[in-house]
Design a protein around this ligand. Structure first.
Ligand SMILES: Cc1ncc(COP(=O)(O)O)c(C=O)c1O
Length: 421
């Protein structure tokens, strides 16, 4: 496959970062993140729409603070994400906690912190009502509309584990009523990396209709899922057209509702995906007969998407000059599994050990899905700031620190002596 990718930043800057901070390193572009937040903030100029950033896409606190500074609240999916948002100074009312098989302890934590709890099952709603009669919450429904870049991230279909069935909404309402719990809001999320924008519009329709069951309705949250192009030739999501079509519908709804209702969307990928790059260094180039492999110092432990979803990420050799002969390579990671491939049949200039590669569109679901499989350290993270500087926003542990950390956490290395018993 032809590489044909344009870097969102000067390759010399990326080279300088790789040389200064080493690899593997995630690099994020503050300016681009801010611009993308502002594009979203513009599409509903006359409507009460607020934006929540889906923290699962990128939870580096420096990135979250930039996004908060652009006026976004947060969509969280775990109590840990809730605490993270609180710790960076977010007002609890701007934190939406969409539970997913939550524990009682997490429910009590959410209630204590007074974040907006969005409940996705009748069982959890009942537990909440019994524990907090007279309180308030939101409900997540399963709209029976689904879309996503891969079946694993379709979340609104009939067989999905998420949300309350449409035919059970009236039971949820009755349950809440019996306990004096106000259901202030209704939410759905049909999937991540939506392929057909019409599906998002159809979901909006389902939510608007379902919301009429709620007499205490204050807000409707339409979820996230706005896609980004990963492959050359893929079309970007037409934000303006979407804004126009959705606005029409939301305006009409507000007219008929006869009371103020707020709307939320909660994108993750769209905000940060294109603004993140994973830098890696080539350490091996190997002719295996039918395929030539470029071996790198990262792998699916650091960028899981290709292995998990067969996802495509553009790869650019930032060390090679332009106009050099193109070769076809498989780009392999350093994890001990043959599925550890970052790109297949990629056309790149002749690449050699020591070259640096930029793996594109890695700002969403990159570092947040990274693991220490094969006991490797996590990548560092570097921010190219608005004023053109760069700074590290997460350091890298050395191999020794990585191993010590495991020994310490498992009680085999004592913090005060650093001696193994
Ligand atoms: C409930 C919910 N909201 C928002 C998102 C963000 O999705 P995306 O990053 O595709 O916008 C997700 C992602 O899975 C989600 O589960």
């Amino acid at each position: 496959m032809q590489s044909n990718h344009s870097l969102p930043v000067d390759p010399d800057r990326l080279l300088a970062i790789a040389q200064k901070w080493g690899t593997p390193t995630y690099v994020y572009l503050e300016k681009m993140i801010r611009e993308r937040c502002r594009s979203l903030n513009k599409i509903f100029p006359d409507l009460p729409v607020s934006w929540l950033f889906a923290v699962k896409a990128n939870d580096n606190p420096h990135i979250l603070k930039i996004i908060a500074d652009e006026g976004f609240g947060f969509d969280t999916v775990s109590y840990e994400e809730v605490l993270l948002c609180l710790r960076i100074g977010t007002d609890p009312k701007d934190i939406f906690y969409t539970e997913n098989n939550m524990t009682d302890a997490e429910m009590h934590g959410a209630a204590l912190q007074r974040v907006v709890l969005n409940i996705g099952s009748l069982g959890r709603l009942e537990a909440f009502c019994e524990a907090y009669p007279g309180n308030e919450c939101s409900i997540r429904i399963k709209p029976d509309i689904s879309d996503g870049h891969h079946a694993k991230v379709d979340t609104g279909n009939q067989d999905s584990k998420f949300g309350i069935r449409l035919d059970l909404i009236s039971d949820a309402v009755e349950l809440a009523r019996r306990h004096g719990v106000r259901i202030r809001g209704i939410h759905a999320h049909i999937g991540s990396g939506i392929q057909e924008p019409e599906n998002l519009l159809a979901e909006i329709e389902v939510l608007l209709k379902s919301s009429t069951n709620l007499e205490d309705l204050e807000f409707i949250n339409f979820g996230g899922g706005m896609p980004i192009p990963y492959k050359p030739g893929e079309k970007p999501f037409d934000l303006d057209l979407f804004g126009e079509l959705a606005s029409k519908r939301l305006r009409a709804f507000l007219k008929s509702a006869g009371k103020p209702v707020k709307f939320f969307f909660e994108p993750g990928r769209w905000v940060v995906g294109p603004a993140g790059i994973l830098l890696t260094q080539v350490n091996t180039v190997k002719d295996q007969g039918r395929k030539t492999f470029i071996g790198t110092d990262t792998g699916f432990n650091h960028l899981l998407r290709p292995a998990l979803y067969d996802a495509y990420h553009g790869v650019v050799n930032i060390s090679a000059g332009t106009g050099e002969a193109e070769h076809t390579y498989h780009i392999a990671g350093n994890i001990c599994e043959s599925g550890d491939m970052l790109g297949l049949d990629r056309s790149l200039p002749e690449s050699s050990p020591g070259d640096y590669l930029a793996i594109l569109d890695a700002g969403a679901y990159g570092m947040t899905m990274a693991s220490q499989y094969n006991r490797r350290a996590l990548p560092a993270e570097v921010l190219v700031t608005d004023d053109g500087h760069h700074k590290t926003i997460r350091g890298r542990k050395s191999p020794e620190e990585t191993v010590d950390e495991l020994l310490r956490e498992t009680g085999l290395l004592h913090a005060n002596t650093d001696e193994t018993p």
